[in-house]
Write a protein that binds this ligand. Structure first.
Ligand code: SAH
Ligand code: SF4
Ligand code: F3S
Length: 443
């Protein structure tokens, strides 16, 4: 028997890339690869890349440059680029960095084993097609290794919304949902391997409309209710949602479905109707606020999280103030905010740009406001009883740490044997980035 080949994967970008990297590692496992934690002893290096902002895309080339010496020392080393930069730039990557042997876009991962074989034969391999098949069906999870207590599961991919700033509709392609039966069987398999919490993933996960086991379309809410029946699965989350796809059954599920956690990531990007229109978001600040009201009526303690962009083309100080007003009205428990980054091929990149310093200054002001809100929401947990799924050792000896129902990090004195268990915890203190709690008992 020949020794196993070593695979080093580095993952950038969103949670979907994390999920995809796991699937690629499993697929290459069938080709005799085992994962290694360092590029130094790898036989294959795979960068799973992100194209969402300029900085993310540029990181890839600086990382590739660092592999020059490794490739000189080991001519058998193969270097691959996957993910959204691969999709957006294709063969240009090999022109700009000749060290690269393989370029594979997100919709072609099931072809990776065959592409790897071609690189071993000394060829370059490139595939950025959008084939019409469920790549995850062909990309079977081969080795059934035990897993940690939490997992991602992609149910929907791609986007048809074409926000004027965003590359995702171009890099991930048209919106498509996986059939419900496949999602459910993958979920059951994860639970059998030790998973207790599943986060359903999609670029527009609440637009999910997969074929049901008996035909007809299933909504995301219907899928969540079916997952709720899986014994051993304790928690369900989903991300990322679009305000316009928050259907009534999904809002109701937040009130009624026991395993669905009280956390919702609902990006809004801006609080100015003029800018929302220019972004092609197809909703207003007011409709977003009404939506939040309805969600909170269904689940009063739900933690709302959002995404914001500052310095979108033509954004004035008054537009930005409207964003701050919206933030004031919502009271976010979590948020991700970014300075606008012009992306090649998107409509907004062609418009009059806001100076970088102005966009940067607005970002700092927005983050200061949100940091205060986050802290208040977190502090308000003190005295409450919450569920915590213990994932790993805590900060201090004798502690375990995990995430609360509301996705706060919590440190608790608890026996190691409870790792992987969902427990009841009383929150006793709130620190800068996490909560401290006392163990009450098992759920
Ligand atoms: N599908 C998700 C997430 C898309 S990317 C959604 O619709 O919300 C994640 C976030 O990155 C976006 O919500 C947006 O806030 C930010 N983003 C996307 N393109 C950007 C750009 N060109 N410049 C700055 N931020 C951007
Ligand atoms: Fe991008 Fe908009 Fe689609 Fe989200 S909804 S992925 S921001 S185009
Ligand atoms: Fe980045 Fe692609 Fe995800 S651009 S955010 S890796 S969908």
């Amino acid at each position: 028997m020949t020794a196993a080949k070593k695979l080093f994967i580095k993952t950038y970008g969103c949670q979907m890339n994390v999920y995809d990297s796991e699937r690629m590692a499993e697929a290459l496992g069938g080709q005799g690869y085992v994962e290694t934690a360092s590029p130094d002893d790898a036989d294959m290096i795979l960068l799973n890349t992100c194209h969402i902002r300029e900085k993310a895309a540029e990181k890839v080339y600086s990382e590739l440059g660092r592999y020059r010496a490794l490739k000189a020392a080991n001519p058998d080393l193969k270097i691959g680029v996957a993910g959204c930069v691969a999709q957006a730039e294709g063969a240009e990557i090999m022109r700009r960095q000749p060290l690269v042997d393989l370029v594979v876009g997100p919709q072609s991962y099931h072809r990776l084993p065959e592409m790897e074989a071609r690189t071993r034969a000394g060829e370059k391999a490139l595939d950025t097609e959008f084939p019409d098949e469920d790549k995850f069906e062909t990309l079977k999870n081969r080795p059934k290794a035990a897993r940690g207590p939490t997992a991602f599961l992609t149910v929907q991919e791609g986007c048809d919304k074409f926000c004027a700033f965003c590359v995702v509709p171009y890099t991930r392609g048209a919106e498509a949902s996986r059939p419900a039966a496949r999602v459910l069987s993958e979920a059951r398999d994860l639970v059998a391997r030790g998973v207790r919490e599943i986060t359903l993933l999609g670029q527009n996960v609440n637009a999910y409309h997969g074929t049901g086991p008996e035909g007809g379309d299933w909504s995301l809410a219907r899928l969540i209710w079916a997952l709720n029946d899986i014994e051993g699965l304790e928690r369900i989350r989903f991300t990322t949602s679009h305000p316009n796809d928050m259907s009534d059954d999904l809002i109701a599920a937040h009130g009624d479905c026991r395993k669905l956690m009280p956390y919702l990531h609902l990006p809004v990007q801006s609080g100015s109707d003029r800018i929302l229109k220019r972004m092609n978001r197809a909703h207003t600040a007011e409709s977003y606020l009404r939506l939040i009201e309805r969600i909170r009526a269904a689940r009063p303690d739900i933690l709302i999280s959002g995404d914001f962009i500052t310095g979108f083309p033509e954004e004035t100080e008054a537009d930005f103030q409207a964003t701050l007003d919206l933030i004031e009205a919502v009271e976010y428990g979590q948020a991700f905010s970014f300075r606008y980054s012009p992306r090649p091929g998107t409509p907004a990149a062609e418009r009059p740009q806001v100076p970088e310093e102005v966009a940067g200054d607005r970002l700092r002001r927005l983050q200061a406001l949100i940091t205060g809100q986050q802290r208040r929401v977190q502090d308000a947990m003190v005295g409450r009883e919450v569920g915590v799924l213990f994932e790993k050792p805590g900060r201090l000896a004798g502690q375990l740490s995990g995430k609360s129902d509301h996705l706060h990090a919590v440190h608790v004195a608890a026996p190691v044997a409870l790792t992987g268990s969902l427990c009841r915890v009383r929150i006793v203190a709130s620190g800068p980035n996490s909560l401290a709690g006392e163990l009450i008992g098992a759920m």
